[in-house]
Structure formats: C-alpha cells, structure tokens
Design a protein around this ligand. Structure first.
Ligand SMILES: NC(=O)c1ccc[n+]([C@@H]2O[C@H](COP(=O)([O-])OP(=O)(O)OC[C@H]3O[C@@H](n4cnc5c(N)ncnc54)[C@H](O)[C@@H]3O)[C@@H](O)[C@H]2O)c1
Length: 266
C-alpha cells in the first residue's frame, strides 16, 4: 500500500519546477493529481507524460490570483478526479520588482496576490472537500526561507511570512474539522526562477552548509511527508528544507570552512 493510494491531490503551479517535483513524488506514491497551472499547455504535457507512465494525473487551468478561476478549477478537479483530500499551495514565485523605496502599492498587491492571496483563494475553495475527506484533509503550502529571515525581496518575503501565520491560524481553527495545515519553506532550489540571475546559484552554493543547491525532489519529499498519514499528528508547523541555510544565515558554517556571506533565499 502506497501512502497516497486512493487519494486526490490538487497541486498549484505544478507544470514545472518545485510543483512538478511534487507531482512526480505524489503520483509515484499512488495519488491521482490535478496539475493546476496558469500554463495549461505545459500542464497538459506533464499530465500526458505521467498518464503514459501508468500514473494518474490531469491538467487543469488555474490562476490562483482569481477566486473565480480557483473555484472553477476545484469544480473541475471534483468532476474529473473526485473530491480533493490534499491541497498543495505551490504556485507563485518572486516577481521582478524594484527595491523597497521604489516599490509601488500596485507592486505590493501584484506580489501578495500570488504569494499570499493565492493560498487563501485555494483554501477557501477546497476546504469543504478537504474537511469531508475520509482520510482527513491536508494542506501543505510552499513558503520560503525568505519568509523566515531577512534575505531581501521584501514584498515576496512579506507574503511568504504571511503564509506561515495564515497556516498557524487555519491549523488551529480547522483542526476539529480534521484538516491539517503545514508549510514547507525551501531554500535556494534549482528551477527556472533563477534563470534571470545566471551567476546567483554559483555564488550561493558554497554558502550552503550541506554543500549544494536544492532540487525539486528535496522539497517534494518534505511536502509528501506533511501531506501523508505519517504526519497525522502534525499541524501548524513550518519545515525549512534548505541545506542548512537558515543556520544563522550560514554564519556557523562560515566560522569553519565556508566562503563569505552571500545573498540567499528563493
Ligand atoms: N526556486 C527556489 O529557489 C524557491 C525557493 C523558495 C521557495 N520557492 C517557492 O516555490 C514555489 C515554486 O517555485 P519554482 O521555483 O518551482 O517556480 P517556477 O517558476 O519554476 O514554477 C512556478 C509555476 O507556477 C505557475 N504559476 C505562476 N503564477 C501562477 C498563478 N497565478 N496561478 C497558477 N499557477 C501559476 C507557473 O506557470 C509555473 O508553472 C513558489 O511558491 C516559490 O516562491 C522557490
């Protein structure tokens, strides 16, 4: 018996990067996964490939910034796969924005809409289904170490910090309805999100105590754990998966044989 046999999971931002890693992991453990993404073509390619490998996946269009779009997505998931037992809030990423003193109110809204409000919309739409899950519902949100320490990207980081508090409150509020809420906070992970900063990963890598940049599979393993019955008595927690980057922002490592300080985050 695999951990997700018989379960339906909706993963947002699932067409590539960390979301795709999560889809790979959960389908390999038996889940029927809705690949929910703005980029429906990329989502379809993922679902077709996985279906060809004998796994269960469907692609659904989703814009997490729009409550109407999210409601339609959840409706489609219910119709095509059945009620979701697990929601993974992964969509998003840092927008290319100016420094704090030049950030406009519009910039803040655009970033918070995806980073924080995206999760709010998805939880609101999925909650009636999650709380009816015979397994107990689970929500795992993908935050960032940027939400836990001052690594820069202020609007993105504030949104990710908000996700942690939102998760704690939802965990407390809905525990008796049988729904668990947890956050995984990745450190720097190799995805296209870093494509526009070609030297950044090379600069950051030597400052990571465990010696390498993260892989989507590293994050997916933690998401799968928190979504599974192995975490049945865990709710409201924040689990950093960062190669040790939060250990004094690398200071302990730098005191031994590390390189100099560098901007981290993700
Ligand atoms: N890569 C890192 O270093 C890193 C570190 C910490 C946290 N994270 C977080 O991990 C998550 C995934 O990041 P990634 O690096 O895999 O990014 P990515 O750019 O590789 O993939 C993001 C996916 O989300 C989709 N998406 C974007 N906006 C959307 C929307 N409004 N509605 C639905 N789908 C949308 C995109 O189409 C894309 O498929 C994000 O929440 C990001 O903040 C990433």
């Amino acid at each position: 018996m695999r951990r997700f046999d018989g379960r339906v999971v909706m993963v947002t931002g699932a067409a590539r990067g960390i979301g795709l890693g999560i889809v790979e992991r959960l389908t390999s453990e038996g889940a029927a996964v809705a690949v929910a993404d703005l980029d429906i073509e990329a989502g379809r390619a993922v679902a077709e490939r996985l279906t060809g490998e004998g796994r269960k996946a469907v692609a659904v269009t989703c814009d997490v910034t729009s409550p109407e779009s999210v409601a339609a997505t959840v409706g489609e998931v219910v119709e095509r796969l059945g009620r979701p037992d697990v929601l993974v809030n992964n969509a998003g990423g840092g927008l290319s924005l100016p420094d704090f003193d030049e950030l406009t109110t519009g910039d803040w809204h655009r970033q918070l809409d995806v980073t924080l409000m995206g999760a709010v919309h998805c939880v609101q739409a999925a909650l009636p289904h999650l709380s009816a899950s015979p397994y107990g519902g689970a929500v795992v949100s993908v935050g960032s170490i940027n939400g836990l320490a001052p690594f820069g990207s202020l609007a993105y980081s504030a949104g990710k910090a908000g996700l942690v508090n939102l998760t704690q409150n939802l965990a407390a509020r809905y525990a008796r309805r049988g729904v668990r809420f947890n956050v995984v906070t990745p450190g720097t992970t190799r995805t296209r999100a870093w494509d526009d900063q070609p030297d950044a990963l090379e600069r950051i890598e030597p400052t990571i105590p465990l010696g390498r940049i993260g892989r989507p599979a590293d994050i997916a393993a933690a998401v799968a754990f928190l979504a599974s019955d192995d975490a049945a008595w865990i709710t409201g927690v924040t689990l950093p998966v960062d190669g040790g980057a939060l250990l004094g922002a690398g200071r302990a490592f730098q005191n031994t044989d590390g390189e100099g300080a560098a901007a981290h985050g993700g």
